[in-house]
Design a protein around this ligand. Structure first.
Ligand code: FAD
Ligand code: MG
Length: 297
């Protein structure tokens, strides 16, 4: 079994940013990545300084090429199926069957998105259905925006999105609006549509029950998030609930409740973006290095 200073589970923006700090300190790092970045359906990524509008795949592959130039970096494309052990003696197993040892673990698996059950929504995710106005609002050109309610977070989306266009809030039986909330939405120019949604068609056309059709430049909805692997739980790491779902709980130094296991990126913070995942990973990488240099803290 090969032994590493650090194994990184999930080699996307957060995981690679952590690995970069560590290989630059000449530590032996293994990145194991299943290759399913959260933004894989989107062809452009916005808001990441110097890469605004870039293809998210190009951002990731450039980062990987730069990482792989370091001699102490190893990379395996696969899914981690099991992790066990404790500080200085972790064992990680991948779907292909091999096991690897490490003194520290970084969990950077990103999150899964559970969307409201509306016909036609999932296949438009990242194309004409989004969750983050800072990522995709500007390109809608101040046009018609539909917000499809999923939970109470959707009220916040409906209040914020008038900054980017004319908003219709489709409550779709998912939220109840009290009088003060309705008045707040009206004051922001939001149209509230309470007829349930039958399906989404075309680019972003909402067909209501009864057949009425509303055309939009884009749609927003609040997905429910959870870490995209159960490995944190299996290791015994504490989880935390946020308005967006479940995340791995970490301290200031990005260490989880299990000594030697660190977590970063979407799975371990809110809110979510490429910039924030990179920053979180860079910080985690430096803190893990610190824990190797000063093991007594
Ligand atoms: P991810 O990028 O999700 O990567 C996690 C990696 O870990 C994946 O490669 C996954 O396969 C791997 N993994 C998971 N489990 C395992 C396992 N058990 N073993 C091995 N590997 C594993 N942000 C922006 O800043 N700008 C945008 O324009 C933007 N657009 C978006 C569009 C959409 C549709 C969505 C859903 C999100 C968008 N985001 C955007 C948010 C951005 O995608 C995330 O914040 C970012 O990807 C988080 O990076 P991460 O490294 O934490 O996780
Ligand atoms: Mg990552």
């Amino acid at each position: 079994m090969n032994n590493y200073d650090v194994i990184v589970v999930g080699g996307s923006y957060a995981g690679m940013a952590a690995a970069l700090q560590l290989v630059r300190a000449r530590r032996n790092v293994l990145v194991i990545d299943a290759g399913k970045r959260r933004n894989r359906a989107a062809s452009h990524s916005h808001g990441f300084l110097s890469q605004d509008g870039a293809d998210p795949d190009v951002i990731a592959s450039t980062a990987r090429a730069q990482l792989e130039a370091y001699p102490t970096l190893s990379w395996v494309d696969d899914l981690v199926v099991k992790a066990s052990g404790s500080r200085d003696a972790f064992v990680v197993e991948r779907a292909g069957g091999e096991t690897y040892g490490a003194r520290r673990l970084v969990l950077a698996p990103g999150v899964s998105d559970t969307l409201p059950d509306v016909k036609g929504l999932a296949e438009r995710w990242g194309i004409s259905v989004f969750h983050c106005p800072y990522c995709h609002g500007y390109e809608l050109d101040q046009g018609q925006i539909g917000v499809i309610a999923a939970n109470t977070m959707s009220i916040h989306q409906a209040q914020l999105l008038p900054e980017w266009g004319s908003v219709t809030f489709l409550t779709n039986d998912a939220v109840e609006l009290d009088e003060p909330t309705l008045q707040d939405l009206f004051a922001r120019g939001v149209i509230v549509e309470t007829t349930p949604i039958d399906r989404i068609e075309g680019h972003a056309d909402v067909v209501l029950a009864g057949g009425r059709r509303l055309g939009f430049a884009g749609l927003f909805t609040a997905s429910k998030n959870a870490p995209s692997t159960p490995i944190a739980e299996e290791l015994g790491c504490a989880l935390a609930e946020t308005p967006m779902g479940t995340q791995i709980q970490t301290s200031e130094t990005k260490e989880t409740s299990v000594a030697g296991v660190f977590a970063c990126g979407d799975a371990a913070r809110v809110p979510h973006s490429v910039s924030l995942a990179v920053a979180d990973g860079a910080w985690a990488g430096a803190q893990i290095h610190r824990s190797l240099v000063w093991p007594e803290g």
